[in-house]
Design a protein around this ligand. Structure first.
Ligand code: TRH
Length: 371
């Protein structure tokens, strides 16, 4: 039987997450579910930063079984696939929509939404939305943390890879040509938005009792570095800040697995930090009207439900300061004290989340049910 075909459309709204998520999903649909996937992306340069095999100058190329196409302003006449996914509600080219409407049977059309832990997501997941003019129906697909949502992205071999890597952490440092950190050093990875109160975090860490090594992939491109006057590598008191280049997605995972605490942001690194089974701090993507704060609170409520109250409070206080761009100095000692408890909790959370079917598998089942 011929493989089912799928078009995945993605526009880069901001930063790296849109392209990063679309690429991860495309690879899983092709590699784990044998779909013939065509990924349309308007900014190949952005994906090129995370996927070194990609040549951003080539409008059409194949990597890991995925056909990657540049999404040009003047969209070509192409025959739509059995299923069409638009990532994060990016409007499809009119010419392509018209071709979808002419196709028999019409493609299964899905709008893949952003991840949220909010309760309303369950009631919207899977809902149909008929096109106002064309004979097409779009379905909303919501990632999430509960059985009544679409789940989160997770490769089949992720746990095995992580467990092997965490069994031999020194291999990671050797691979990056870095000295293995001293036993007592707290190793932190740092990926955040430019409005974070970085300097004050660094000052707090520098004055602390425990040595801290902060690894900052792509950090030097962060304007906050410059405005805070941070010159890397930065050594002060008990803190060493070591810059790393922007890593490939695979190397970035390895970094998360190797650290004791990960500062992550947006959506994809936030999910990867959960799969790392290590404590993390989430810098959420800012939205108008502070809508992101409800999203942050909903996640923390879910995540901390089974934590002892003191550790839950420490985590909530630190997130509050970090996401308000306020100094995290006052919130750090309690978080540092809770790290052992948080480490056990992160492992338990990862195990529980792994019990849920992953997003790509759920999408495939959803599509099969509509074809
Ligand atoms: O970069 P982000 O802030 O991206 C997004 C976008 O801004 C998007 O518009 C917004 O809606 C969304 O956040 C919520 O953060 P995110 O989602 O974590 O994406 C970062 C990607 O970059 C992720 O796939 C991991 C990858 N990455 C690397 O591959 N190497 C690295 O060194 C680092 C730091 C990240």
């Amino acid at each position: 039987m011929a493989h089912r075909t799928l078009d995945l459309f993605c526009r880069v709204v901001d930063n790296y997450g849109d392209a990063g998520i679309a690429w991860r999903l495309a690879c899983q649909l092709a590699g784990e579910h044998a779909l013939q996937v065509r990924l349309w992306l308007d900014r190949l340069d952005v994906l090129g930063k995370m996927e070194p095999r990609l040549d951003p100058a080539m409008p059409r190329q194949h990597i890991q079984g995925v056909e990657i196409r540049h999404w040009p302003a003047d969209f070509p006449e192409v025959a739509p696939s059995d299923a069409v996914i638009e990532a994060f509600g990016c409007p499809l080219p009119q010419r392509f929509l018209d071709a979808m409407a002419r196709r028999r049977p019409a493609p299964v059309w899905i709008n893949l939404e952003y991840l949220s832990a909010e309760a309303w997501v369950e009631s919207c997941h899977g809902l149909p939305s008929p096109h106002p003019r064309l004979p097409l129906t779009q379905y909303f697909f919501y990632p999430g943390f509960t059985a009544r949502t679409g789940g989160v992205l997770r490769e089949r071999d992720l746990t095995a890879k992580r467990e092997a890597a965490q069994h031999d952490p020194q291999a990671f440092w050797r691979g990056l040509n870095l000295a293995v950190p001293e036993e007592n050093t707290l190793v932190v990875s740092l990926f955040c938005y430019p409005d974070a109160a970085l300097l004050s975090l660094f000052e707090t860490w520098a004055q602390g009792e425990r040595p801290i090594l902060a690894l900052t992939p792509g950090g030097e491109n962060n304007p906050a570095w410059h405005s805070a006057g941070i010159r890397a590598p930065w050594l002060q008191g008990n803190l060493e800040v070591r810059p790393l280049p922007f890593l490939s997605q695979e190397e970035y995972d390895r970094l998360l697995w190797a650290c004791d605490l990960n500062f992550v942001r947006g959506e994809d690194s936030f999910v990867r930090a959960q799969w790392a089974a290590r404590p993390f701090v989430w810098h959420i993507y800012r939205q108008a009207d502070r809508a992101h704060l409800a999203k942050l609170e909903a996640f923390l409520r879910r995540y901390t439900r089974t934590l002892p109250p003191s550790a839950a409070l420490a985590l909530a206080r630190f997130h509050e300061a970090w996401n308000e761009s306020a100094s995290p100095a006052a919130a750090w000692p309690a978080l540092a004290d809770g790290l052992e408890v948080l480490r056990r909790h992160a492992a338990a959370w990862e195990r529980q989340l792994r019990g849920q079917p992953d997003l790509a598998s759920q999408l495939v089942i959803f599509i099969a049910g509509k074809i």
